[in-house]
Structure formats: structure tokens, C-alpha cells
Design a binder for this molecule. Structure first.
Ligand code: PEP
Ligand code: MN
Length: 411
């Protein structure tokens, strides 16, 4: 049996994983919560805790992107001596010291070194290698290990995270100033703390309404200022980042652009917070790797958003992955909010999914609101009316209180 355990704490009892050829790996923060200090990597064979690699790093509290990384190479049961030698030679060629551990049925090699040099793919390609397991996640800056406390992101004068909830609301697209003001005033009264509205709309059809562009940015900014709320709007193109950042308090990177790496990098160069939505076919790790693009440029303010993934059932627009909320909170310190509007595409399902998201631990809720959905230029069918938003906001507030959280108040 072969088991790999990665957990936050020193591995003290591995009975579950002990056994013939069992291997256990402990990594992350120690019991005192100090990150950057790894517990020893211990291989436990046949119930005996006797193989200890001298792999111990004392690092800073925050792991930076240059922090060393470690890998465990697991060799095949029929690996030859020549193949083992070859693996060791390759590691030495990279200037690192391999730590060989031979068990009765399995042989493993522990390696520690610079991630630029130490990559799992080439090692995996060597004959006799069964698997290569990185000890730390590849999303170093976004990971819990990097920052055990939940991050708080400031959007204009609103703090999101650490028990303070983002209540983002507004129409899918900015349409005209009067409507924007009506919606802005209504959602603010209901407790929303960030106003949304798309000026650059990513549409499936090139013939569909593409947004008002610069004019939309101006209307959104003016409305936000008039109602006293920070504003978030989508940026769809790296060439627009500077312009959107001039008007918005937070840049939204939409599902369709979650892996537009040039856009992520440009957003990372700004010092505006970024609302990064999960791509419709993106895994949780894909999302965290995209956040890493922004963080590694020095922009520490990223809020993640679960907005549903492609499902097989056409009765909802997407499949709301509520488990992703709790999952991401275990893996990352970044705030994660839910968007039940795009996740379901159905006003009748939005309240239930908003509540479910909050109950799962979300740091906020993003909902599209329009005062006359039948004339909306985009996403009308999924928009809540202001009075419907008011009702769900009241329910969310009650749940927040129960959870010991509160809607963030604009300062
Ligand atoms: C939006 O927020 O209007 C939008 C287009 O969202 P998504 O990128 O999640 O589809
Ligand atoms: Mn929309």
C-alpha cells in the first residue's frame, strides 16, 4: 500500500498509512501555525517510523515565489539499479542532493531545490519512475501555506474577507445613467456594498450588444459616486486594463478570460483589486493558478468567484459548484464569493444558491439586478428585480448573523 499524506501539521500518527511499503509525507505549517517551516519528510515502512530525510526548511512567514520546492519521486516496483542510478545522476546534474530511501517493495527519492530547476515533468519521463509528487502546491502565493490567515481585500472603502461579506449587485451591463442610478440606489438600500455593471461585455455572438465601452465606464463611476458605493466592471482585453482601472475600484476578469494569461499579468501589474471568476471548464487548481499570475506580479488583492461550471443538464445555465467554496477555502487564503446569477441563470434558483453559497463559507454574493429585465440588453432572464434582491439580501443578512459574519459596510 502506498499513501501520501499532506496536511497542516506535524505528522504524529500515521497508523492509517503504515503498512507494507507505506510512505507518508508531511508538509505545510507546523502546529504553532508557522508557515514556511516544514516538518521532516518521513517515510514510514511497515509501521516503523525510521526513514527520515534531512529535509527541513526554515523560511519566512510568507512563502515567496522563489521559495524552494520539494518533490518525492516514486520508483516502479521493478525498477533496476541502473535506472535508480540514472535518476540520482539527473538530480545531481541539477545541483541538488537526492535522498534515496529503499524499502522492501518500493524505492523513493526525495529532492529539494529551486523550482526553476526542479520540475516534475522531466523526472516523470525517466524510465523506472512511477510517479513524481510535488510536496507543495504549485499555487504558492495563493496557498494557505503562504498565508494561514484569511486575506482581507479592500475594494474602494469596503473590506472583503475575514468575516466581512461582499454584496456585489447591479445590472449585467451598464445601459443608461438613469437606469443605473435607479438600480444603484435600490441595491444600496438593500445592503449591497459594491455596484457592478459591464461596460465591455464578452458575448458569445459578435452581433449581440457589446457594452457601452468608455461611456459605460463613466456612467458606472458616476453612479457609484452618487450612491456612495465602489464599483466593479469587467476588463476583457489587456489593452483596456489601464482605462478600466482608471474608472473602476475593482477589475473583473470573467469566466471566458480566466486563462487569458496576458490579461491576468496586466491586471497583476495594477494595484486595483481583481475579481477573478472561475472559467466554466476550469478546475479549482486552474483557478488558483490563474490567481497566481496576478499575485506573482505583486498585486495581492484577488477575490475569487465561483460562477458555475459547464454541466450536462440544460435546465440550469451552469452547474453551481458549491463544494468549490469550502474546497478553495481549505486550499487558499483568498476570499471566495459566489455568483448564483450566472451559475443558475434562473431567478427562481438564485436565492437558494446564494444562501447555500454563504452557508458553505463564501465571503460574499454577486447577483445581477435589473429594474426591467424584459428590456435588459444582456442577461435579462436571470436578473432579479430590486424588490426580489431586497428580499434575498434580508435572508442573507440573517444567515450572516448566524454565521458570525456581516455585510461589509462602506466606510
Ligand atoms: C458577468 O459578470 O456579467 C459575466 C459575463 O460573468 P461570467 O464571466 O461569469 O460569465
Ligand atoms: Mn451577466
Amino acid at each position: 500500500m502506498l499513501g501520501i499524506v499532506q496536511h497542516h501539521g506535524v505528522l504524529s500518527s500515521c497508523d492509517d498509512f503504515a503498512g507494507d511499503g507505506a510512505v507518508a509525507v508531511a508538509a505545510g505549517v507546523d502546529r504553532s501555525g508557522r508557515a514556511g517551516q516544514w516538518s521532516p519528510i518521513t517515510a514510514i515502512e511497515e509501521g516503523r517510523n525510521e526513514l527520515e530525510f534531512p529535509l527541513r526548511i526554515h523560511g519566512p512567514r510568507t512563502i515567496d515565489s522563489n521559495a524552494p520546492t520539494a518533490m518525492i519521486v516514486i520508483l516502479k516496483s521493478d525498477v533496476t539499479e541502473a535506472q535508480i542510478e540514472h535518476v540520482l545522476d539527473r538530480v545531481k546534474e541539477l545541483g541538488m542532493t537526492p535522498h534515496l530511501s529503499k524499502g522492501t517493495h518500493r524505492t523513493i527519492v526525495g529532492i529539494i531545490g529551486d523550482e526553476e530547476q526542479l520540475r516534475s515533468e522531466p523526472l516523470r519521463a525517466i524510465q523506472g519512475v512511477a510517479d513524481v509528487i510535488p510536496v507543495l502546491p504549485p499555487y504558492k502565493l495563493a496557498s494557505r501555506e503562504a498565508h494561514p490567515e484569511p486575506s482581507v481585500v479592500r475594494v474602494g472603502n469596503v473590506e472583503v474577507g475575514g468575516g466581512k461579506l461582499a454584496m456585489i449587485a447591479g445590472p449585467c451591463a451598464v445601459e443608461d445613467p438613469d437606469r443605473m442610478l435607479r438600480i444603484g440606489e435600490a441595491i444600496r438600500k438593500s445592503g449591497a456594498n459594491i455596484l457592478r455593471g459591464g461596460a465591455f461585455k464578452p458575448r458569445t455572438s459578435p452581433y449581440a450588444f457589446q457594452g457601452l465601452g468608455l461611456e459605460g465606464l463613466k456612467i458606472l463611476r458616476e453612479t457609484g459616486d452618487a450612491v456612495g458605493l465602489p464599483v466593479v466592471t469587467e476588463v476583457t482585453d489587456p489593452r483596456l486594463v489601464e482605462q478600466v482601472a482608471e474608472y473602476a475600484d475593482m477589475l473583473q476578469i470573467g469566466a471566458r478570460n480566466m486563462q487569458n494569461f496576458v490579461l491576468l499579468t496586466e491586471a497583476g501589474k495594477t494595484r486595483k483589486p481583481v475579481l477573478l471568476k472561475r472559467g466554466m471548464s476550469a478546475t479549482v487548481v486552474d483557478l488558483l493558478m490563474s490567481a497566481e499570475y496576478i499575485l506573482s506580479e505583486g498585486n495581492t488583492d484577488v477575490i475569487l468567484c465561483e460562477r458555475g461550471v459547464k454541466g450536462f443538464d440544460p435546465s440550469t445555465r451552469n452547474l453551481f459548484d458549491v463544494a468549490a467554496v469550502a474546497n478553495i477555502q481549505g486550499l487558499s487564503h483568498l476570499p471566495i464569493i459566489v455568483d448564483p446569477s450566472h451559475a443558475t441563470g434562473r431567478p427562481d434558483l438564485i436565492p437558494a444558491c446564494a444562501l447555500a453559497g454563504l452557508a458553505a463559507g463564501a465571503d460574499g454574493v454577486h447577483i445581477e439586478v435589473h429594474d426591467c429585465p424584459e428590456v435588459a440588453k444582456s442577461d435579462g432572464p436571470q436578473a432579479l428585480l430590486p424588490e426580489q434582491y431586497d428580499e434575498i439580501a434580508g435572508q442573507l443578512r440573517q444567515l450572516a448573523t448566524l454565521l458570525g459574519k456581516a455585510f461589509a459596510e462602506p466606510a
